[in-house]
Design a protein around this ligand. Sequence first.
Ligand SMILES: C[S@@+](CC[C@H](N)C(=O)[O-])C[C@H]1O[C@@H](n2cnc3c(N)ncnc32)[C@H](O)[C@@H]1O
Ligand code: SF4
Length: 493
Amino acid sequence: MARDCYPAPVSGPKRELPVVYSPGVETNAEQSHATKGLVRLTMACNERCPFCNVPMEDYPERHTPEAELDAAVTRFAAEGEKTLTISGGEPTLLRDRLLALARRARAAGIELIEVQTNATLIDVAYATDLAEAGVTSAFVSLLSDLPELHDELAGLAGAFEPCLTGIDALLDAGIRVALNPVVAASTQARLPDYVDFVARRLPRVRSISVSAVQPHGRASSRPELLPDYAVLGPAIREARHRAEAAGIELLNPYCGVPVCVGWEDALERSVEAIEAREAGQRDESAPGVVNRGDKRHGPPCDPCVHRGRCGGAWHAYWAHRAGSGLAPTARVFDPFSGRPPSPLESVVDAQRLDGRAERDLAAADRPAVWLRLARLVRGDGERARRAGCTHLALCLSPSDLVVGEEAYLELLAIDREGRRGLPQHRLRVSLGLRPDTSPRRMVRALFAASAAGIGEVRLLSRDHRRWSSLLQGVERSLPRLDVALVAPPEPDR
Ligand SMILES: C[S@@+](CC[C@H](N)C(=O)[O-])C[C@H]1O[C@@H](n2cnc3c(N)ncnc32)[C@H](O)[C@@H]1O
Ligand code: SF4
């Protein structure tokens, strides 16, 4: 579940007892993707999941004081929240307090009350009490279709059967159930079997949030638990296929995986992509996934068409698995090639960035949004980014790339700004260079482009013979700059 992927705030060696409020998405498809409230009733738990992102040993104070819970419920209700998630620890350990909290939330006007639980302590009588108290849905950590794998990941022998009994009881009481498998290295290849198992054994369950071990809490010191996306990607594609046949909805939550790991053709089920798109539509922020800085893009992401709708992988994933399995499933087009963009890209053409171009950018609704400009002035990069632009294609002359020129200063500023922020928010710049009569000026311009962080330059000329030795020389001296000759629409003058 997206909202619960965030561990509680850390305050030095002693952690605050958390009542967190974080952006999230409902796992049940019929519910909205808006921000919701979450409270942790207790940090105590009867299980010992080795991956737990909020382990009880990190919280000296076990139970959240009632006054704090009350204040949170009152605040959520005042803010117009319609959903409250009650998590933990294991909230069903405090049986009566959980019922009382649900009743209070209901009385305050909160309509949907979700309990996050391992379900092992829930029997028919208690499930009925929960329903009567106002609990409408449960988010249950069923960790595998195999008892031994589930128990190992729950850190509790014999947890599997009580978990299933609890799920049955919740469903019998009329409480909707969504499952959270928290895919780990030991279970990644079995995801399609998990879906089959749910369809067979729990046919009333219609929703699975495919989260994967997030490297926080206990999992931060157990990187071997992280799945390998090279294995998980194909498993997710197969699981989605089987889920669709069984009428089960799978969701890729914040704690899930990058878009290219099996979700490339289902952005509408990928929480980060949904949130990035909605933020753009509300005109609240620049494009790109706003996360807590716990994920990032890496080198394979650079040409990816989904950069603006994907937050990349956990830092620990890049470190521990070296980005295994991360590769763009679709690359952005070459804006100077004369070929059309892919259906995943929008292109706004403008001589300069004016109000109309900004409006066109804001209206573009594809993962990659190009702005093709013939002139760059100070501030254009930030204005374009804020309007929704993810990729800038500039058609410039070598004289624009001279120290002190406005375009060059702006390119440096775009590069500086990009390095300062998250890689997923970086504006990617492609340069089309109009040829100059002087090869020396051309070489200088290419060095200037490289110094301004540009990785891709297209020399707009049909004259191969004239430029081939220059290109070879540049390849040797600037190996990280991708320079190629492309034919411009009109012959060189
Ligand atoms: C901390 S648990 C508390 C609720 C309850 N005890 C349970 O096990 O479901 C809240 C949710 O976070 C999930 N979770 C815990 N650690 C995680 C991790 N490292 N990565 C992804 N999800 C995690 C759990 O599976 C559960 O759905
Ligand atoms: S941005 Fe990176 S992690 Fe995300 S889909 Fe593209 S290649 Fe994969």
